[in-house]
Design a protein around this ligand. Structure first.
Ligand code: GUN
Length: 291
């Protein structure tokens, strides 16, 4: 039997409609949520992501501004910009689009963002908060995956979740969030020896490796939930995920397509985190404490 297809676009629309109401309520109270995006250099993919983020902000009633720096910009210029945004009461979320040019120190830049405005959840404090189950902001892509599971009433507690990929943006926070919800979690990489042994034992399989069609039908347990975070452009210009969709959908119980699966959820969760940051600011909450 063919898998149930998890429609990320549809879930993203539902979630955005829910949060748009919250943004409107805040705006009526005098706090219009605001997001600042910093982009350094001319990475084409980053440029597209940033434009999509700005467009999505407009659609749900979030004010947004983009601060663009050239590839040769000095780190201090960016740090000064972040400092000003930290102090700007109209800005509730700050996002530095990654990757940064090689002469930048990622952690130096990210840890200069105020903790309560770090809507990506990449600040080392927020990473530690996630590890210890005191989440301030859930990183957007794994957060989107969790919402997709929830909206499809997929149980997590007691299930064996296998995450393939160990990036700071997806794999590691994904594993932690599944663990927090009571899953038994195995983390693999695309280089894990005997990868099929692990993936075949997964009730929930999340793949984020950037390797086109790494996961084939023989690697999947019948009825498993398969979440494909990959988005790869093939030489013919077509997009594909890290999962061989056509074969795996005949085996899995649930599957996400590419495009139209996890992708639309990532930006949606960024909007949610920005509105959440604005709600906290409105309520006078800073670093989890009322002021
Ligand atoms: N580059 C690729 N994905 C992301 C993301 O989720 N956040 C940021 N800031 N940069 C990225």
């Amino acid at each position: 039997m063919s898998a149930h297809i998890i429609d990320g676009k549809k879930i993203a629309e539902l979630v955005r409609a829910e949060w748009k109401v919250r943004a409107e309520k805040l705006t009526q109270l005098g706090t219009k949520p605001g997001l600042a995006v910093i982009i350094v250099g001319d990475n084409a993919a980053s440029g597209i992501y940033v434009r999509n983020k700005v467009k999505a902000c407009n659609e749900v009633g979030i004010y947004s501004e983009v601060h663009s720096f050239t590839e040769n910009a000095q780190q201090n210029e960016v740090l000064n910009c972040i400092q000003a945004l930290n102090e700007n009461p109209h800005i509730h979320g700050i996002l530095v689009q990654l990757p940064l040019p090689p002469h930048f120190e990622n952690n130096r830049v990210i840890t200069s963002i105020a903790i309560e405005k770090d809507v990506d959840g990449f600040h080392l404090y927020n990473v530690g908060a996630l590890v210890t189950g005191n989440t301030v902001f859930s990183p957007c892509t794994p957060y989107g995956v969790m919402v997709m599971l929830e909206k499809n009433h997929i149980p997590i507690e007691g299930q064996h979740a296998v995450v393939v990929g160990r990036s700071n943006i997806v794999g590691k926070p994904m594993a932690l969030m599944l663990l927090e919800q009571g899953a038994t979690v195995t983390i693999c990489t695309s280089k894990t020896s005997n990868l099929p042994h692990f993936t075949k034992n997964a009730d929930i399989l999340v793949v984020a490796t950037g390797k086109p069609r790494l996961i084939t039908a023989e690697m999947v347990k019948p009825g498993a939930v398969v979440i494909d975070v990959g988005i790869n452009r093939l030489s013919d210009g077509k997009l594909c995920g890290d999962v061989d969709y056509d074969s795996v959908k005949e085996i899995a119980g649930y599957i996400t397509p590419v495009p139209g699966g996890v992708g639309p959820m990532t930006i949606t969760m960024l909007l949610c985190n920005t509105i959440l940051a604005a709600e906290r600011a409105q309520a006078g909450i800073k670093n989890g404490k009322s002021s």
